[in-house]
Design a protein around this ligand. Structure first.
Ligand SMILES: Nc1ncnc2c1ncn2[C@@H]1O[C@H](COP(=O)(O)OP(=O)(O)OP(=O)(O)O)[C@@H](O)[C@H]1O
Ligand SMILES: [Mg+2]
Length: 272
């Protein structure tokens, strides 16, 4: 199982778009994927068919954080996992309750291990169901965690549970300056969880303008690893989300659709 947090402190950089499309591409490859929505805005949760996430008040990530806080461990891990309409993709939903859970958890000092324990429990359940596993057998091939545009208890727990961090960015000056703060935060988690690796920043919504080209050059000159593949700006992205489909289903030959496939191939090459 490989766990990936998709994070940026800046809003609207294509975190959720990247999560949804990476999940779809991995599922098309026959991989099993768990998407964890760690954002109180619950955009991924809505995409996967929970149209009114404000009404979700049972077994979302918010309750998991609370249960963990109250009982010290997350029992019944599978209760938090929902099937989605997409074959091979399951979801731990978010709800607006995450906002309060976050604040409450932070006041209690937060709990770093909530998501990691959930994944451990899911793996144990899978082993019990399927007998003693071969080395490395696990409940899912990939876990993708869609993080909020802020540093919350949920995003800290997401990074702690992760092998890799992917940072979707736009090629502009504010993204470059904001990234230093994010890397400092990731490093603070790495001090207690050294396994976590910044796989790279992914330049999204790329378009052929002088500002974008200049921004890309500045990002590539920084010390943060940047994926070679960029994701081009394409109207098909917003259209696909409206239609409730991934780009791979809605418009696989669109610029962004092709770019996301090439990006996932580059990511997988890097973790082989
Ligand atoms: N390659 C692209 N081309 C055009 N539009 C895009 C592209 N990627 C993302 N978008 C659009 O940008 C907007 C923000 O994307 P998204 O919701 O994925 O960002 P986010 O980082 O998850 O935002 P938030 O910080 O609010 O969680 C959406 O309207 C999305 O459709
Ligand atoms: Mg989002």
């Amino acid at each position: 199982m490989r766990t990936i947090s998709i994070i940026n402190l800046k809003g609207g950089t294509a975190k959720t778009t990247t999560t949804i499309n990476m999940a779809a591409i991995l599922a098309d490859m026959g991989k099993t994927v768990l998407v964890i929505d760690a954002d109180a805005q619950a955009n991924a949760t809505q995409f996967y068919g929970f149209r009114d996430p404000d009404k979700l008040c049972e077994n979302t990530l918010a309750e998991l954080l609370n249960a963990y806080e109250s009982f010290g461990r997350s029992d019944y891990a599978e209760d938090y996992v929902r099937k989605t309409p997409f074959s091979g993709i399951d979801l731990v939903p978010a709800s607006i309750g995450l906002l309060n859970a976050d604040i409450a958890a932070l006041k209690r000092g937060g709990n770093l291990k909530t998501i990691e324990d959930l994944l451990d429990n899911l793996n144990e359940d899978a082993w019990i169901e399927n007998g003693v596993p071969e080395n490395g057998a696990s409940a899912y091939d990939f876990v993708l965690i869609d993080c909020p545009p802020s540093f919350t208890a949920a995003s800290v727990a997401a990074i702690y549970a992760s092998d890799d961090v992917i940072i979707p960015v736009e090629a502009d000056l504010f993204s470059i300056t904001g990234m230093a703060a994010l890397i400092a935060q990731i490093n603070s988690v790495r001090r207690i969880q050294p396994r976590v690796r910044v796989a790279g920043a992914l330049i999204c919504k790329w378009h052929n303008t002088a500002a974008c080209i200049q921004g890309e050059a500045a990002l590539r000159a920084s010390s943060v690893p940047i994926f070679t593949q960029t994701i081009r700006r394409s109207d098909k992205v917003t259209e696909s989300i409206f239609s409730g489909q991934s780009l791979q289903a809605y418009s696989p030959q669109s610029a962004a659709g092709r770019d996301y496939r090439a990006f996932v191939a580059e990511y997988l090459e890097g973790v082989r």
